[in-house]
Design a protein around this ligand. Structure first.
Ligand SMILES: Cc1cc2nc3c(=O)[nH]c(=O)nc-3n(C[C@H](O)[C@H](O)[C@H](O)COP(=O)(O)OP(=O)(O)OC[C@H]3O[C@@H](n4cnc5c(N)ncnc54)[C@H](O)[C@@H]3O)c2cc1C
Length: 500
């Protein structure tokens, strides 16, 4: 049995922690599929997953000269990415410049570390913060993604999210799949990574896949062995839909909590990497979205309504009629506070303060009933069973904060164009859902996957939500997409340049 390659050892500080006892390859690959006598198919780079990270990796690997195959276990392309509803945090993007907002990678990094509780892998977070503007330009100029709006998300110091057209993830996945077609990257759906194949030196050299896989039938499809001359890149997203796995790491997140994710977000490709000795990090940091409503299914329209209304309107506990948290705080702060009350919160905002909510969002919310419109505060209080006197006092106090441009109670952000809340109101109820996994496979700044003995696993890369460490304990809104594009491209480029 051969030792894993020490030349690719991570660094002196980690080396000290490792000591002399390295994991031997035989142990590491004990649960990989044996090297077959004959491969069914050979490519240079095999990309697992067709979301933003997978397609970014595939396009970048192809444009760097590699023959690439992208596999997707579900019947449709796009994973959570196609469901995504916002944008791409990118300091210095042209929408931000046009709005006269000053920003920098340093400020984005500082926001990521603050929100991440300084548990972030700082070097990887830097790669994202300093690479986000280039990723935005690549999406806009090379892929032809259309961005139509600048967005603000709780926890960021400034508005910096370039929102793709109509906040519809398909408007970014579409140009990516078109580019794949143009440059010759096949994307094969209903093809699932089952196991990785590792050689006697501990390097990943291919994969066992199930062709014709019918999610969620575990053993469906035909076994096909694919040789990857250069590398396999795991871009398989998170595990928010795997109740057992998320409960293993955070026992509070049982089946009573819905998820915003697509059903295939189960983490099985990440587990295939773990089976050959890949390390994972921060698996118990699983993010709840504070802006989902029990009055609609999945992600719904309320998140966009809420994120465009915070800093303008207020959120109250219907039992007390009072505010209870900083509405512009990060997702964890808000979700934890709502869960602690034990029942859905109510967010309310006056008509004069919804100028940044896309009209289509209001329209859709009014239609499905999750957003409601009220002629005055009294009728809103009655509809949600809130004490009208207490609610009136809370609104008056928030309006005083708006006039003073300072929130003495929770230090919420108040924007320059926020005006007092009066007259006609819009409102919705909010109850958190499992949304994002901060934890996942351990990678370094080159997107190489790190083993449990802290060495690089040759031939294995990962990017996007399948990885952990970039975001620490709390990911900021719209930084996942920046992460997917930046690290997807890093992985694709490095995989393509690797010797076959
Ligand atoms: C509703 C919603 C809205 C969001 N909005 C935003 C936003 O505005 N901005 C932002 O930054 N983030 C947002 N996020 C988070 C962000 O969209 C995701 O974190 C990101 O798109 C993940 O991209 P990915 O490429 O890592 O994974 P995904 O897009 O989830 O793609 C992974 C793919 O891999 C496939 N796969 C999994 N296992 C296997 C296997 N064994 N074999 C083959 N294929 C496999 C999956 O089926 C999936 O299609 C949102 C998330 C959701 C759910």
């Amino acid at each position: 049995m051969t030792k894993l390659n020490r030349r690719s050892f991570l660094g002196a500080s980690i080396g000290g922690a490792l000591g002399a006892s390295g994991l031997i390859a035989g142990e590491a690959c004990a649960r990989s599929t044996p090297v077959p006598a004959k491969w069914d198919r050979t490519v240079d780079v095999l990309v697992v997953g067709s979301g933003f990270s997978g397609l970014s990796a595939a396009i970048e690997a192809r444009t760097n000269g590699a023959e690439v195959l992208c596999i997707e276990k579900m019947a449709v392309i796009g994973g959570n990415s196609v469901l995504s509803a916002g944008g791409l945090a990118s300091p210095g993007n042209d929408l931000q410049v046009a709005a006269g907002i000053k920003d920098s990678p340093e400020l984005l990094l500082a926001d990521m570390l603050k929100s991440g509780g300084h548990l972030n892998n700082v070097e990887c977070a830097k790669v994202v913060a300093y690479g986000a503007l280039d990723a935005y330009r690549w999406a806009k100029d090379f892929l032809g993604v259309k961005f139509d709006r600048l967005g603000y998300q709780g926890g960021h110091s400034v508005a910096r999210s370039a929102c793709y057209m109509n906040g519809n993830g398909a408007n970014m996945i579409g140009p990516m799949t078109k580019k794949c077609r143009e440059i010759g990257v096949p994307i094969e759906t209903r093809t699932r990574l089952a196991n990785l194949v590792v050689d006697d030196k501990g390097a990943v050299i291919g994969a066992e896949v199930q062709k014709g896989y019918a999610f969620p039938k575990e053993n469906s499809g035909k076994k096909v062995m694919i040789r990857a001359r250069k590398a396999v890149i795991i871009c398989s997203g998170g595990f928010s839909q795997n109740v057992k796995l998320r409960m293993l790491h955070d026992p509070r997140l049982g089946p009573q909590l819905d998820s915003t994710n697509q059903p295939g977000a189960t983490g099985d490709a990440m587990q295939a990497a773990q089976r050959i000795g890949a390390a994972d990090v921060q698996m118990d940091w699983i993010q709840l979205g504070p802006w989902t409503s029990p009055d609609e299914k999945g992600f719904g329209v309320c998140p966009k309504f809420v994120e465009s209304s915070v800093g303008y309107g207020l959120m109250v506990d219907p039992k007390t009629g009072r505010r209870f948290v900083n509405e512009t705080g990060n997702r964890k702060v808000r979700s934890d506070a709502i869960l602690l009350t034990g029942h859905p919160a109510v967010l309310l905002v006056s008509e004069a303060n919804i100028k940044h909510v896309p009209p289509s969002t209001i329209e859709a919310g009014l239609k499905n009933g999750a957003i409601r419109k009220f002629a005055d505060l009294g009728s809103l209080a009655a509809a949600y069973g809130i004490d009208a006197g207490a609610l009136g006092k809370s609104v008056a106090r928030w309006n005083e904060a708006i006039a003073a441009r300072k929130d003495p109670d929770y230090a919420a952000k108040i924007f320059d164009d926020t005006v007092p809340n009066e007259g006609t109101f819009y409102a919705c109820r909010l109850w958190p859902r499992v949304h994002y996994c901060m934890g996942g496979l351990a990678i370094n700044t080159k997107a190489e996957v790190i083993s449990t003995d802290l060495a690089v696993i040759p031939g294995l890369y990962a990017a996007g939500e399948a990885t952990g460490g970039v975001h620490g304990m709390v990911r900021l809104g719209t930084v996942s997409i920046a992460d997917c594009l930046v690290f997807g491209r890093v992985a694709g480029r490095n995989a393509a340049r690797r010797a076959a």
